[in-house]
Design a protein around this ligand. Structure first.
Ligand code: NAD
Length: 487
């Protein structure tokens, strides 16, 4: 680890001491130990950073596309060569196991950078764009936003979540080392007020936001005041439909990935698992057996695949939902629950104080339960029984959210039929969670506006300009006769 992980506004290629006095501690969620001081960017910092982008824009946007491509490809190569150190930072900052950050977060983030470096755009560009990130996939979100933004010739002011801020300066330094000019990628720190200031700023052309639906509403509302372009990647409460002919083993694996990967802190989580009443016993028996494959432990042990939750407020929220599920919703607690001692007693001594919850499964849930309706964003699965596939589809769609959905079954035609009826932007058949760079992802209904990744993702970072050139030399006109004026 570098000697100091403290963070200051990153402007024009270097960190600069903040003009403000506010700061907070970044905490390691597995030990609750403070790891760095994050200095909040003041309004002066924010104005300066946006002006740095405004100043850098003419040069970066007029850099030949192929040269931008070379620079970004170099950044992707540097990023990959630093996978280990970046993964350690992400693990300390988020509490995710190293097996996950080193194999998923960093490599898939680098994939997206490489993808857009090869797909550079030219044409009508936006200018200075703001990226605002959630805490769950810190560097990956930063890359999903900055790669197409920079590839299209725009500049970016990036604000990571106040809970997981450490990655952003590392990324800024990588861009600089690769040859991205100063002022093109800048980083600011702080919470909602910093995000809100950026969103309203008149010199910002576009806001790309990832976070909760309630925050997204505020961000889109503020951006609408100046008609800024927005992209919204928001929350979900996604359904998994296990069809009657599904391979139980496969369906259980999928449901577990959809609920317990990253300790359930994934926006596309398939938290409502619809199981045919006829096979519920087989499904639940195998699921409970396989729950022992979830291994909490030393986050740097390659066998650990389950970490703590990210922050104290989030821990309290998730524990509150589990409590509500048991005491108020009175759902059937099939596995897990509030007795975290069972889990923490097996952990290394230094991590026992961490923000651990047990992976939890509620069976026999109903559609009206709070744990079934609201996004928990933790390792909490709700199993719902159904009698007909038609009924399952109808109930799966009965939510204002529409981020992801999945189907498990042997009859691929039936799987396609069901997927085509599900109201969601990201869907899977007989698998869950993969999101390669070329796959556009975005939510339907209240889960989002626009998409990230894939060819479509680039469109959000360029403006359309249509030019019609008349080749015949005459303007088509209806004004052909001189008539007495009526005026
Ligand atoms: P959040 O909405 O609390 O915060 C997200 C970001 O917005 C943070 O950087 C925060 O500081 C900032 N912010 C807060 N108030 C703001 C305001 N008024 N104006 C501008 N910025 C403001 O979300 P979170 O708790 O960090 O993240 C979890 C949520 O993100 C979940 O709902 C999850 O589903 C969602 N998410 C969605 C995707 C996706 O691709 N659809 C990906 C990851 C996470």
């Amino acid at each position: 680890m570098p000697p100091s992980m403290d963070r200051h506004t990153f402007i024009n290629g270097a960190p600069r001491s903040s003009h403000g006095s506010k700061s907070h501690q970044a905490i390691d969620p597995s030990t609750l130990e403070p790891i760095a001081t994050i200095h909040t960017s003041s309004e002066t910092d924010l104005d300066d950073v946006i002006q740095a982008g405004v100043k850098a824009f003419p040069t970066w946007s007029s850099t030949p596309a192929i040269e931008r491509s070379r620079i970004l490809l170099k950044a992707a190569a540097i990023l990959r060569s630093r996978t280990h150190e970046l993964a350690v930072i992400e693990t300390r900052s988020t509490g995710k196991p190293y097996s996950e950050t080193s194999q998923i977060d960093i490599p898939t983030g680098a994939d997206v950078l490489e993808y857009y470096a090869n797909l550079v755009a030219s044409g009508g560009l936006n200018g200075v764009c703001v990226g605002i990130g959630a805490w769950n996939y810190p560097i990956q979100i930063a890359l999903w936003k900055s790669s197409p933004c920079l590839a299209a010739g725009n500049c970016m002011v990036y604000k990571p979540s106040e809970f997981t801020s450490l990655h952003a300066e590392e990324l800024a330094k990588i861009y600089k080392e690769a040859g991205v000019p100063d002022g093109v990628f800048n980083v600011v720190y702080g919470g909602g007020d910093v995000g809100a200031y950026l969103t309203k700023h008149p010199d910002v052309a576009k806001v790309s936001f990832t976070g909760q639906v309630s925050t997204g509403r505020k961000v889109a509302g503020a951006a609408a005041g100046e008609m800024k372009y927005v992209t919204m990647e928001l929350g979900g409460k996604s359904p998994v439909i296990v069809l009657p002919d599904a391979d139980i083993e496969n369906a259980v694996d999928g449901a577990m990935m959809a609920n317990f990967f990253s300790t359930g802190q994934v926006c596309t989580n398939g938290t409502r698992v619809f199981v045919p009443r006829s096979i519920k016993s087989q499904f639940e028996k195998r699921l409970v057996e396989k729950m022992s494959y979830i291994r909490a432990g030393d986050l740097y042990d390659e066998n650990t695949n389950f970490g703590p939750l990210v922050s104290k407020p989030h821990y309290e929220k998730v524990v509150g939902y589990i409590k509500h599920g048991i005491e108020v919703d009175k759902a059937g607690l099939l596995y897990g629950g509030l007795d975290t001692e069972v889990l923490t007693s097996r952990l290394p001594e230094k991590t026992r104080k961490g923000l651990w919850v047990r992976p939890t499964v509620f069976a026999d849930c109903t559609d009206s339960m709070r744990i079934v309706k609201e996004e928990i964003f933790g390792p909490v699965m709700a199993i719902l029984y159904y009698d007909t596939v038609e009924e399952a589809v109808k109930r799966a769609n009965d939510t204002p959210l529409g981020l992801a959905a999945g189907v498990f079954g042997k009859d691929i035609n039936q799987c396609h039929q069901v997927i085509s009826q599900l109201e969601a932007g990201i869907t899977w058949i007989n698998t869950w969670g993969e999101s390669p760079a070329e796959m556009a992802v975005g939510g339907w209904k209240q889960s989002g506006v626009g998409v990230e990744n894939g060819r479509k993702g680039l469109e959000a970072w360029v403006r359309n300009k249509s030019t019609l050139v008349e080749m015949g030399g005459e303007v088509p006109t209806v004004f052909t006769k001189v008539l007495p004026s009526k005026l």
